[in-house]
Design a protein. Structure first.
Length: 316
């Protein structure tokens, strides 16, 4: 049987390749892999291990994980494992490993997102005083730098303070990746404040919160429509004077549906590379979709590793 997952596609000049190279210089992240009971999730975990990004603990029913390994021709010799009866028990066991200091991150396997997040959000789970949120990092071929989209997976209809934490989480991720002052575009359908559009009012309030030091570490502007957030030409045509317009690092969606559609349109129609991570809990969570390939899972592991190591450095 093969001992390694298949090699990633050659994209040596991509934003992701540079981030992956940087992450591989860090000690691997001790990661609880929750219910990797299908080929894609198990391949992603093993590929992260082979890239030196994670040190996995496979948690779930042994028979199902063994069947996935056989189907994918992966040798699990030497990989630490923790057997549970089902996926719900695997999520609970993974959370307890983190609480005991035996794991530094979580990686979602072939269970539903809400099943994993229920264990994370439980009273004895991994919540902090920060709102938990999801960040997509996308390598879009015709955009000049990585693009971060939030929140597209956790917060359905975030309100003002939720959005403040969503922005804080995304800014911290950018800092971990070496982006010292990320430019944050707070999206709406229009770029002016309209009293009947809550997204525009909250965008303006978030910018003022940044002015008053309630949100730090980034440069915020909004409301901005999607076109003038990512296109200098669109911003010029609408006479928008902004250091963020046309050069955004982070796109803050007004709600989950908008964020999810933006991200998936870029992935499926613009051939964007994608990675996903959940922040705001005690440890980073690699929350990839069941449709994601092993490359996306490996990129998510790189994000989690850099984020976790940066947090440890800041706390030292």
């Amino acid at each position: 049987m093969n001992t390694a997952a298949p090699a990633l596609p050659d994209r040596s000049d991509s934003h992701f390749a540079r981030i992956l190279a940087h992450a591989q210089g860090q000690p691997p992240l001790r990661t609880a892999v929750v219910h990797p009971a299908d080929e894609a999730s198990l391949l992603g975990a093993m590929q992260g291990r082979d890239a030196g990004l994670i040190d996995p603990i496979l948690i779930g029913p042994r028979a199902k994980i063994d069947a996935a390994a056989a189907a994918a021709r992966i040798d699990l010799a030497g990989v630490e494992r923790l057997e549970t009866e089902h996926s719900h028990a695997a999520a609970e066991a993974a959370v307890q490993l983190v609480r005991a200091g035996k794991a530094e991150a979580l990686m979602k396997g072939s269970l539903h997102t809400d099943e994993l997040m229920s264990a994370v959000m439980a009273p004895d789970g991994l919540r902090t005083d920060r709102r938990i949120s999801h960040v997509f990092m996308l390598g879009v071929p015709n955009y000049h730098k990585p693009l971060f989209i939030t929140d597209a997976a956790i917060n359905i209809e975030p309100h003002l303070e939720d959005k403040a934490d969503i922005i804080r989480n995304a800014i911290e991720l950018c800092h971990a990746l070496g982006i010292a002052l990320p430019k944050v575009a707070i999206l709406a359908a229009i770029e002016t404040v309209h009293p009947r559009m809550r997204s525009t009012i909250e965008a303006a309030a978030l910018c003022k919160m940044a002015d008053r030091g309630q949100i730090k570490g980034g440069l915020l502007d909004g409301p901005l429509a999607f076109d003038n957030a990512i296109s200098h030409l669109a911003a010029e045509m609408k006479h928008i004077a902004s250091a963020v317009a046309g050069d955004a690092d982070i796109l803050v969606a007004p709600d989950l549906e908008a964020g999810n559609m933006i991200a998936k349109q870029l992935i499926y129609l613009a051939d964007a590379q994608a990675a996903g991570i959940v922040l705001g809990a005690r440890v980073p969570i690699m929350l990839t979709s069941r449709s994601d390939d092993a490359e996306a899972r490996t990129a998510s592991a790189a994000l989690a590793l850099l984020y976790a190591r940066n947090r440890s450095k800041a706390a030292a």
